[in-house]
Structures are given as C-alpha cells and as structure tokens.
Design a protein around this ligand. Structure first.
Ligand SMILES: [Zn+2]
Length: 290
C-alpha cells in the first residue's frame, strides 16, 4: 500500500508535506492534500483516472501503464521532465509545459503532436506513438529517439545540437541531415528507405544501421565502433533483441523504460525518484532477461 492509499484509510498517519510519492497498483485516487509534491510516479495504476490539479509544484512526473488516465493537468507548469508510457487514453500534452527539458512518449497512440512551445527540450523520445509529428522548433535537442514512427519522413535540419539520434523502424525516413555533425551516436534500425550515412558525421563513435538495405557503405574515415545487430544485446534471443535494442542503447536516459521492462520481467516494483537507480537495476538483472 502506498501513501496515497493510506491517506484514504488513515489520513492521520500520513505526512502530507512529502515531496516525492510513488503510487501502488491499488491506488484509485491521489489525495489533493499532497500539494508539495515535486516528483510523482504513477506506475501500473489501472484504477487511476486523474491526477489532482493542485500538484502545481511537480517538476518530474512519471505516468506509465495508466489505462484510464485521460489528462495531465495543464496547471503543472513547473514540469521539467515528463514520462508517459502506455497511457492509451492520453490525447495531448498541454502546451503550457514550456519548461520541459525531457519528454518521453511511449505507447500513447492518441498523442498526435508535441507542442511547438517546448523549445527547452533537450531530450525527446517518441516510441510507438504512430501519429505523432515532430516540428522544427526543438532546436535545443541533444538526444532524439524516434521509434515506430510510420509517418516520420524527415528530421528537421534545425536540430543541429543533436549528439544522439535513434531512428528505429521509421519506414518513410529517407534522409538524415548532413548538418548533424555533432552526432556521436547514431542508430538507424530498420529504416528501409534510408540511403546514406553522411560522411560529414566524423564524430560518431557508435553507429548501427542494421536492416537499412539501401545503405551500402558507411563512412570509412571514422573511428567509431560499428555495432552489428547481434552485438547489441547479446543476452537476448533474436526476437527480443529487436524488442530490446532500443531500450539497451538508450539506457542512459531511458531509465524508466528499463524499469518498466524489469518490472514486467521480474514482477517486482522499484522506485527510483530521479531514475538513477534504474541503471544499477538494469545491470543487475539484464542477464536474467530472456
Ligand atoms: Zn496505494
């Protein structure tokens, strides 16, 4: 039982001035008295339908596996990091969240856009949000991951700050702009229309262009480690490799994805308020993921 549940049963035993809260799968509502929360994790909360608008101090919010959650209140204007995973009823992210630097949208099929106002974004992950579009305003991005984006035809040339770029299963993507000369890590996985890795990418130290049949050569002058598909996740079966490749290569900043997979695999619950513990957990359990 989490503090949110306990607050319903025995409110006198609960400290409502806490700043971090993780909800358990039994939670039905989060008492609005927790107004000082700065970090909230709602993970696998099948009964949760809403998050109180009063939580205006939130800077970090995780929502994953919340099948009934329809909205992130637009009052959360302090949010710096927002992670939405498996929220099938979530239709939008409020454009008021202009302080966001990290945004992850995964398996939110009703999300169709990321507000242009999010010009502070440095990390953006769009993972299996089939109708989402990315606009050129996010010029501060250093990390961008697009996975299973069937409508993505190009990546804006304006993203010249990019250091890491993942394009995973983007069937219409034809080009990666030559302007991305700061890239040190480039993953193009299963992008059948992609024709070239620009030779201007001299900073690459990790490259994967597996299952991109039109790429017939890669720049030779680079001193990168060329990663074959088989080398990505040696501890997994092939089908799982495809599934986990994305997770693995992004482990440094996709801790929640990892945590979610770990919980799914091991039926255990973890909470790392800032996500930092997930790396250790990943290392601990990765040999067990089959
Ligand atoms: Zn609970």
């Amino acid at each position: 039982m989490c503090l949110a549940c306990r607050a319903k049963e025995n409110p006198e035993t609960v400290d409502f001035t806490i700043t971090q809260l993780q909800c358990c799968p039994e939670v039905t509502e989060i008492p609005r008295e927790f107004t000082l929360l700065t970090q909230l994790c709602c993970g696998r909360c099948p009964l949760l339908t809403s998050i109180p608008r009063e939580f205006t101090q939130l800077t970090i919010l995780w929502c994953y596996n919340c099948p009934l959650l329809t909205e992130i209140p637009r009052e959360f204007i302090q949010l710096i990091r927002l992670y939405c995973y498996d929220c099938p009823l979530l239709t939008s992210i409020p454009r008021e969240f202009t302080l966001l630097t990290q945004l992850c949208c995964s398996y939110c099929p009703l999300l169709t856009s990321i507000p242009r106002e999010f010009i502070q974004l440095t990390q953006l992950v769009c993972y299996t949000c089939p109708f989402i579009s990315i606009t050129k305003e996010f010029t501060q991005l250093t990390h961008l991951s697009c996975s299973d984006c069937p409508l993505l035809t190009s990546i804006p040339r304006e993203f010249i700050q990019l250091i890491r770029l993942d394009c995973y299963k983007c069937p219409l993507l034809t080009l990666i702009p030559r302007e991305f000369t700061r890239l040190t890590e480039l993953i193009c996985f299963d992008c059948p229309k992609l024709t070239e890795i620009p030779k201007e990418f001299t900073q690459l130290n990790r490259l994967n262009c597996s299952d991109c049949p039109l790429i017939t050569s890669i720049p030779k002058q680079n001193r990168y480690q060329y990663l074959k598909k088989e080398e990505f996740v040696p501890f997994l079966s092939f089908s799982d490799k495809v599934k986990y490749t994305f997770m693995y290569v992004k482990k440094q900043y996709l801790q929640e994805e990892i945590r979610y997979k770990l919980e799914t695999q091991h039926n255990e619950s973890y909470y790392a308020p800032d996500g930092l513990g997930a790396q250790a957990l990943f290392d601990k359990y990765r040999d067990g993921i089959k």
